[in-house]
Ligand binder design. Sequence first.
Ligand code: HEC
Ligand code: HEC
Length: 423
Amino acid sequence: MIGSILLLSVAALSPQDALSPERFARKLSRISPRPELRSDPTNAVASDEDAARLGQALFFDARLSPDERFSCATCHDPALGFTDGRSLPQGRGPLMRNTPTLFDVGRRRWLFWDGRTDTLWAQIRHPLESPHEMDGDRLALAHLVRTDEGYRAQYEALFGQLPELEDSQRFPARAKPMPEHREDPRHLAWQAMSASDRALIDEVLVNVSKSLASYQSRLETGPSKLDLFAEAYLAGDPAGGGHLSPEARRGLDLFLGKGQCTLCHMGPELTDEEFHHLAVPPLNDELPIDAGRHLGALLVKKDPFNASGEHSDQPKGERADFVQLLISDADQFGEMRTPSLRNVAQTAPYMHQGQFQTLEEVVRFYSTLEGAQRTGHHQELTLTPADFTAREEEDLVAFLRSLTAPLTAASWAVAPKEPSSSR
Ligand code: HEC
Ligand code: HEC
């Protein structure tokens, strides 16, 4: 779809060396300033401070995984730009995609490299319940929130009374749907529950997830050097207040001009929120071929927790339309979401398998496309090498480093001071 058309136009446009001042200003005004974050209408507690505080405590709580080995922050470590700093995460089992940052994650339209969820809250149950990640389950989560006095009080103030879970016949200690492991005792325990009890548990899962989403949407970053430069430049100062080094300033020209980066890294978030196949060489030969958006689009459409489903607080609206109108076709095979480039200098390694350790390697790839490996149906629809000179490559990297900015509220980057009461 859109991805293929853009890829075609990359190949068809001839690179330009310099932009006129008018075109430069016009293009600059499209990437800065950033608009305010829009609250997620599918999550009624998205803007609620108390929900965010509950979510913050849960984010740093290793009890979400049964052997207490993993909290969300284990892989999304604030000290490493909310990533794990590895090409592929060290989970409980093999994982085949790089851990994305959570900086500005409240602004994403689709979550995950393949966009298989469409809201921040629907995303949570994947890491929580995946046997390869935390291997938790929704029953254990509900029991934790009910037995921990701090969580229980916070939860009930937000969402009303928790269901009575004492009857272990009705509410086993551990259970979740595991369609791929039908013999697992937790799957069997889930199957044995009544539909109405399962619905009660799903509601707790969704409410907890919406609190975690409310927390994560506060991981907003402030203005970067690019934004300070743009503000001054667009106000009439050709030096842009001196906020960019000469290298980064030249890199910005390349980013908007010859490099054609804004065909995909467009708008103030420096992403089109769409999916493309760059044919980046795989990290190693052992990893399976990744269907990317092709499967992601199918999964999000049939996800009962999507923006148009019964758990959404706005099942008819813009976000619901995105998923309702979505098409999955073979052309999307291998496509990955265009990442935002804000704070990119803090979130190495890069690409969906962490194939590149440094920004220098990324830019080198765009320059030469060396080793590009195409899968699926994209043979003719690919990027062409940008053929940067060595100095241009350095300039682009300097520009990418100018996109760094701290969190607007640093207090969200640490575990809450008063942990939940039973700790
Ligand atoms: C074992 C490491 C690991 C743990 C633990 C983990 N994550 Fe992740 N997270 C990942 C990986 C890997 C991805 C990307 C997976 C993909 O794209 O298929 C991801 C993706 C995400 C995304 C999507 C970001 C984006 O830009 O699309 C969010 C949000 C997220 N995780 C939040 C959480 C939360 C909340 C928890 C705790 C409940 C958590 N993660 C636990 C590794 C982990
Ligand atoms: C055709 C769309 C497209 C164009 C044009 C494009 N990118 Fe990308 N970019 C992507 C996609 C998609 C990914 C993720 C690819 C993957 O993981 O397989 C990506 C990844 C990146 C990353 C790694 C980010 C991370 O967090 O892993 C950087 C840095 C980057 N691009 C910079 C650039 C620069 C600089 C240019 C211009 C020279 C450019 N891109 C042009 C679509 C594009």
